[in-house]
Design a protein. Sequence first.
Length: 77
Amino acid sequence: MSFIPVMGYIGGIFTFGFLYWLLDGIRKDIQVVATTGDTYDLLLMMWGALLIVYLIFGGVWVIRKYNEDQYRQGGGF
């Protein structure tokens, strides 16, 4: 049984975390110059919703990936 689909899923989660870390650092520098307010709150909610959608549908994708013929017992080419 291959672990490549799981590694791809975990890699996506790390990508989300890295982008959040990168953009959060930029936001702190910009916040000194301007206030963020409602726009920042909206974008933060959108980011959270996108992460939840990725976690749910990405998990379904990983499960369905293991139901394909190549991952079943005995394999197949």
